[in-house]
Design a protein around this ligand. Structure first.
Ligand code: DQQ
Length: 535
């Protein structure tokens, strides 16, 4: 019951209480989806980390099982940190994870399911050969963690990368193995980049150059490109590049224009960290899980007794341009939709705010598409303005009138709009080209002073004259996950309203620009809660 806890979510993945961070070892085994996660059994702050475990048959409703991996031997006695699952011959799952040893060194360990016939994989064992990889030969023992899903090269040998840094150079250290137990460090990392700091939770996988289907992690062919994602400890965001994996040299090289580090592309321009993908061979798609932390002080989340949730799992694939990825909430989440409200084609006049009634605004899914056929005068920006979209969004928030935009949604809004989170677009012109800015403005999300209300933003690679501008927001009490341009840009925010909770929450579509815009379609649904069971 969430009566005394208005910020608990209804359809996002979260444990009953306490601290949760990184998603670990996601996989599908015998048609059952598994999610493990970094968890503190004793409190709502980080510490005492074990691998908690839950399973699902639809990625929506979950059964929480007992902890799968926890400190039990010298090689992990001080913590069982992040890692990934791989499938060995005969579809046998194997987990590589980081253990913290008695000297507090980071080492890599292996765990196997005890009973392969059990689709829930409840019991795990650790082979006596652990640790399999140790921080020796110049590897810094406090920057050596988070093994990826392994892949097999054309020679049949296994490869895995481990996050690392040397000085301030971020690195993906490469290891190879014939039997998954004995691992040898390769001379060169798979990839590295200067001035990026520690690479946490790397993820390396192929994406098909055509269509939205996913491919298995070991697939190497002319019809795939590769993605390397790193979670940068320095900025706490997940960045990725798109490039080519050269198997002859075991090197990954980002495409020209695909930049390493914090000038590069992000999965999400709000909160989203330590993410990990897996290949779902049941539905032939690649799915992305990511951790979303609180925007509260440590004191406040300890007080509320829980901290952190997982984003709705997203299907992820390569955009037609081959220059960026596209993400979309897994289709299964749509089965929670009830009582749909559909707006006919409507002109959204300058300065208008239109309430979308009939949905539970604190727990909703909204999709809206705008058309900008007649654009009048457009705000100009120079190349400086193009450098920092988040800053631009904070300067030109929803309350700042523009010409084309701001227009979009006011979510988790109170009746008189003292509280609202604004997710919107604003169109600019720069050197005779249209530029679409997408923002999530939390500055007025709560009358409470304490939560962090930073505004987020990014540019959206859509031509607003030729294409419609679409926005989808998944709203779940204290989280808003927004997808612009059919998933070309994602922004996730955490908000803690005082008035706009439960029945006090409202949903609006607004236009604070001097040009009118056309809503070509708008649909909103109330969302049922997911079913969560505890074994
Ligand atoms: N969280 C884990 C580490 C990882 C970090 C520890 C990223 O393995 O580097 O809980 O959030």
């Amino acid at each position: 019951p969430k009566d005394h806890l208005p910020y608990r979510t209804a359809f996002h993945f979260q444990p009953a209480k306490n601290w949760m961070n990184d998603p670990n070892g996601p996989m599908v085994y015998k048609h059952v989806y598994h999610l493990f996660y970094q968890y503190n059994p004793y409190g709502a702050d980080w510490g005492n980390i074990v691998w908690a475990h839950a399973t699902s048959t639809d990625l929506v409703n979950w059964i929480h099982l007992k902890h799968a991996i926890y400190p039990s031997a010298p090689f992990d006695i001080n913590g069982t940190w992040s890692g990934s699952a791989s499938f060995l011959k005969g579809k046998k799952p194997a987990i590589l994870y980081t253990g913290i040893d008695p000297q507090r060194r980071q080492v890599q360990n292996l765990a196997f399911p005890k009973t392969l016939s059990d689709p829930y994989l409840i019991e795990w064992t650790k082979p006596p050969q652990n640790p399999l990889m140790e921080p020796i030969n110049g590897i810094n023992s406090s920057s050596f963690r988070d093994p990826t899903t392994s892949w097999q090269g054309p020679d049949g040998r296994w490869r895995v990368i481990i996050g690392n840094k040397r000085g301030h150079r971020g690195m993906a250290v490469l290891y190879r193995s014939k039997d998954f137990v004995h691992w040898t460090k390769a001379k060169h990392p798979l990839h590295s980049a200067k001035d990026t700091g520690m690479w946490e939770c790397p993820d390396f996988y192929p994406v098909s150059v055509e269509g939205e289907n996913g491919v298995d992690t070991s697939v190497i062919s002319k019809s795939v490109k590769h993605v390397l994602k790193n979670s940068l400890d320095d900025t706490r965001h997940d960045y990725y590049t798109i490039g080519t994996y050269y198997t002859n040299k075991d090197r990954y090289i980002p495409d020209a224009g695909s930049i390493d580090g914090d000038a590069g592309l992000r999965y999400d321009y709000g909160k989203f960290y330590a993410s990990k993908t897996f290949f779902d061979d049941v539905k032939n798609r690649r799915i992305l899980w990511g951790w979303i932390n609180e925007s509260l002080s440590r004191e406040d989340y300890i007080k509320q007794g829980w901290s952190g949730l997982q984003a709705i799992p997203r299907k992820i694939w390569l955009d037609k341009s081959r220059k960026q990825l596209v993400q979309w909430p897994v289709v299964e989440i749509e089965k929670l939709r009830v009582n749909g409200v559909h707006l006919p084609r409507t002109e959204l006049k300058e300065g208008s705010v239109h309430e979308i009634s009939g949905v539970t605004a604190s727990q909703a899914d909204v999709e809206v598409t705008f058309e900008l056929s007649k654009m009048g005068k457009i705000e100009e920006i120079d190349s400086n303005g193009l450098k920092n979209p988040q800053y631009l969004c904070s300067q030109k928030g929803a309350a700042v009138e523009g010409s084309v935009g701001p227009f979009g949604l006011l979510v988790l809004a109170s009746k008189s709009l003292e509280e609202r989170t604004a997710v919107f677009f604003r169109v600019f012109k720069s050197q005779n080209k249209y530029v679409v800015l997408m923002c999530s403005d939390q500055s007025r999300s709560s009358l409470r002073e304490e939560p962090d209300k930073t505004t987020y933003g990014t540019f959206l690679n859509v031509d607003p004259l030729r294409e419609k501008l679409s926005l989808r927001s998944l709203i779940d009490h204290s989280i808003v996950e927004s997808f612009g341009g059919n998933g070309k840009a994602c922004i996730t925010s955490r908000v803690y309203p005082k008035l706009a909770i439960d029945g006090g929450a409202h949903l609006y579509v607004f236009n604070n620009g001097t040009s009118s815009v056309m809503i070509s379609s708008l649909s909103a649904w109330s969302m049922k809660g997911a079913q969560i069971k505890y074994l």
